[in-house]
Design a protein around this ligand. Structure first.
Ligand code: 5GP
Length: 205
C-alpha cells in the first residue's frame, strides 16, 4: 500500500551523542527527506550558521512566534527556547517527504500527542555517561557550567528511553548509521490512521 503523505522520524538524545553526525552520514541513503531546522534563543556555537543549523532569534522574537502559533512544538531546554516551525513541516509532509526532527524528550512528547500515527522515534545515546562527558569535553564548544548542565539533563532524559520506538547506542558510527537507515526506511512505510480507515472502508460489504 502506497502512502499518500510523508512521515516523521524523531531523533532525541543528549547533546554530544552524535545525532548530527549520524544525520549527515545517512542523509543521502534514505530518499526524499526534509530535516527540520529548529528555531532557538541559544547563542550560536562556533561554526554554526544561521538558517542552516538553527534559526537563531531573540527571546522577544521567539515569544512572538509562540503567540502567533507558529510552532508545532517548543520547549525550554538548558534555559533556552527551542521550537519546531509548523509551516515547513506541513509542506514537506504534503510532498511525501520523511521529516526528521532532532528534538528533546519534551518535543517528542508533543509530537506524539499530535501526530503519533505517522511518527517513529529513536533515542540515540553514548554507551555511558562517562563517554558522553569525554565527547562534550573534546568538542570544547561549551563552558564547564554548560557541560555540567548537559550531563545532568542527559541522566534525566535517559530515564525516558522506554517512550521511544528504538534505542541506538552510538559506540560505532558506521554500525549506528546502518541501524538508523533501516529505521528511517521503515518509518516511511508507516500508514496514517485515516488512510488505513479508508482502506478498511473499501472492504465493507
Ligand atoms: P543543542 O543546544 O545541543 O543544539 O540542543 C540542545 C537540545 O535541544 C537537544 O536535545 C536537541 O535535541 C534539542 N532541540 C533542538 N531543537 C529543538 C526543537 O525544535 N524542539 C525541542 N523540543 N528540542 C529541540
Amino acid at each position: 500500500m502506497n502512502r499518500t503523505s510523508g512521515a516523521i522520524l524523531v531523533l532525541s538524545g543528549p547533546s554530544g551523542a552524535g545525532k548530527s553526525s549520524l544525520i549527515n552520514k545517512i542523509f543521502n541513503d534514505i530518499g526524499s527527506t526534509y530535516f527540520s531546522i529548529s528555531t532557538t534563543t541559544r547563542s550560536k556555537r562556533e561554526g554554526e550558521i544561521d538558517g542552516v543549523h538553527y534559526h537563531f532569534v531573540s527571546q522577544e522574537e521567539f515569544k512572538r512566534e509562540i503567540d502567533e502559533e507558529m510552532f508545532l512544538e517548543y520547549a525550554l531546554v538548558h534555559g533556552n527556547y527551542y521550537g519546531t516551525s509548523l509551516g515547513p513541516v506541513k509542506k514537506a509532509l504534503k510532498e511525501g517527504k520523511l521529516v526528521i526532527f532532532d528534538i528533546d524528550v519534551q518535543g517528542h512528547d508533543a509530537v506524539q500527542n499530535r501526530l503519533a500515527d505517522i511518527t517513529t522515534s529513536v533515542f540515540i545515546t553514548t554507551p555511558t555517561l562517562e563517554e558522553l562527558k569525554k565527547r562534550l569535553l573534546s568538542r570544547s564548544t561549551d563552558s564547564a557550567e554548560i557541560i555540567a548542565k548537559r550531563l545532568d539533563m542527559a541522566t534525566r532524559e535517559v530515564q525516558r528511553i522506554s517512550e521511544y520506538d528504538y534505542l541506538i547506542v552510538n559506540d560505532d558510527l558506521d554500525a549506528a548509521a546502518d541501524v538508523l537507515i533501516t529505521i528511517a526506511k521503515a518509518a516511511r512505510m508507516k500508514i496514517p490512521t485515516q488512510q488505513i480507515n479508508e482502506f478498511v472502508q473499501m472492504w465493507a460489504l
